[in-house]
Design a protein around this ligand. Structure first.
Ligand SMILES: C[S@@+](CC[C@H](N)C(=O)[O-])C[C@H]1O[C@@H](n2cnc3c(N)ncnc32)[C@H](O)[C@@H]1O
Length: 285
């Protein structure tokens, strides 16, 4: 079978299985299998796949048809231009979170304070801490997660990106995991923010493959914002900032939670779909 025929047949199969953007998905799987950039497939439509390649591809397409995320099948994701390993122990980093990373490194890079320090709360794959360490070559990072398996992945990614010497990893429940007296210029978090009862309604790729610990934000999805609004200011330098990713429709409630705890909400930034997605706050006074 030729590349073009495989693309056409497999995208029909994936569409029937309810997979979004089926043609893109098969092109990415095929590019992964053949070790080519996706665009090169267009120059290889007439290439005939060997029986071994077809066999391998069938396995990959079957897994995607069973709604396993593409990133788990290929084993990596690109985040802020960095290739990170992903697995079932940590959330697959999302494009929206790149906006948080970008805003955070712009803030850290503009500081006179040396070395700038930042905490990544709920580090998962390590994507935020690692992107900050790469983009701010003098920054010192702390990264916390309650999942030891996620931390193992984050460490592996930090080594792969040559920044493991500037990130300290802590296992535990939120800020309680940090050494007492820790103070940061910046705290970033993409906390679990899905209301518990909504998780079952999410796409199978998310509800069955992202860890529940990474999704579940309590009854109304806002538990971690409440915890951070109460506890985070103790860990911030007086002119420090907290930058948080928000779930859909949460900007108003999260702003109110922070204002009640005497924070000043400086900005709410929209994402590519014009959804309020990033909240930036500082301590009042
Ligand atoms: C939404 S994921 C974000 C992962 C990563 N920062 C990202 O943006 O892709 C939230 C992370 O918070 C972690 N987490 C959940 N409860 C926690 C807690 N009580 N203390 C620390 N981390 C927690 C989860 O294990 C998960 O890795």
């Amino acid at each position: 079978m030729k590349v073009l025929e495989v693309i056409q047949r497999s995208s029909e199969f994936l569409a029937k299985k309810g997979v979004e953007s089926p043609r893109l998905q098969i092109e990415l799987l095929l590019a992964h299998l053949l070790g080519l950039p996706r665009m090169q497939l267009y120059l290889n439509f007439e290439r005939v796949l060997s029986p071994a390649e077809l066999d391998h591809l069938r396995g990959l397409v079957k897994r995607r048809g069973q709604r396993e995320p593409l990133q788990h099948i290929v084993g990596t994701v690109s985040f802020c231009g960095l290739e990170l390993t992903v697995n079932r122990h940590a959330l697959i980093p999302r494009p929206e979170t790149e906006l948080l990373a970008e805003r955070a490194w712009q803030f850290l890079s503009a500081l006179n304070f040396q070395p700038p320090t930042a905490l990544d709360f709920g580090t998962g794959s390590g994507c935020l801490a690692i992107a900050l360490a790469v983009k701010c070559p003098t920054a010192q990072l702390f990264a916390v997660d309650i999942s030891n398996e996620a931390l193992a992945l984050a460490r592996q990614n930090a080594v792969r990106q040559n920044v493991a010497d500037r990130i300290r990893f802590f296992a535990g429940d939120g800020v309680a995991a940090l050494p007492s007296g820790s103070r940061f210029n910046l705290i970033v978090a993409n906390p679990p923010y899905i209301p518990s009862a909504t998780i079952g309604t999410l796409a199978p790729e998310v509800r069955e493959h992202d860890p529940r610990l990474a999704l579940d934000g309590g009854a109304d999805g806002l538990d971690f914002y409440r915890r951070l609004a109460m506890a985070a200011s103790t860990f911030l330098q007086s002119d420090g900032r907290i930058m948080l990713e928000l779930g859909d429709g949460q900007a108003g409630e999260v702003s109110a939670i922070f204002q009640q705890q005497k924070w000043v909400v400086e900005a709410v930034q929209e994402d590519y779909n014009r959804q309020p997605r990033i909240l930036v706050a500082r301590r009042a006074g």
